[in-house]
Design a protein around this ligand. Sequence first.
Ligand SMILES: [Zn+2]
Length: 292
Amino acid sequence: MQANSGGFSPSASKPAKALESWQSLPISMRVVKPDLVKRADFERAHHPDFVDGILSCELPNGFRNYDSAVADSLPWTSGAMLSAAKEAIANRRIAVAPVSGFHHAGYRRNGGFCTFNGLMVTAQALLSKGLIHRVGILDFDQHWGDGTQDIIDRLELGETVIHYSPTEEFSEAAKAQAFLDAIPQIVQKFVDCDLVLYQAGADPHIDDPLGGWLTTPELAQRDHLVFACAKVLGIPVAWNLAGGYQTPIRLVLDIHDNTMRACHAVYVDAADKMGQLPRSWSRWGEPDWGKK
Ligand SMILES: [Zn+2]
């Protein structure tokens, strides 16, 4: 499904393109159709009047238009994130939803190409049903997840939803290595979580028009470290695409391909050197095994 994303953000067309690109890689992957989320799922993370206004196209969506195709796509995008999360919980390892457009959507507002916050819709669906007790949101998009934090604050979810984005600590090329070195410690923040939702944003790329400060190899290393550390800690991960605005879109898809390669190397190809424990891990000592 594709919807009008206002001309700048490619996010509406990205799921199909990312999936097609991944399927051309020499990796094994099982593709399943997501379950759609319902109005009640949105209302666990957003004000009911806001949900009504968006689904009826009476309020502008995150692309600042009233296109019914955007409204129709929303149960799919959040549904894909929730389905991936359930799959990661079930397999105790990893799943991916090729979707984006979540983290700027707050409790009663949207913007920045985000209409509903599929991360928080997912978190709330799982928490409310007791499928998990604590969830992490690791947001490595270029931009701060203001919408995510807004929902956490308004619904007083700070104890059960652990939200981290590095934008204030790390956001310049000179700090790239320090950022990569810190990832094991960052992932350790989620040791008490039953699941981590990982936004593997492509817009921190140094050539991104809305970025950026990380090179292509640094982004690949970022993803590898996240997966490797989460695997060592035994925390299931559901990841998604988040931002990426380079043109042509092939440049963005190449970054998402590298995330998939890192995912495959860590979780599937155990013989691959990249699947081993990151060398920087020892800097931070042993993980806290007792809590997991
Ligand atoms: Zn972004």
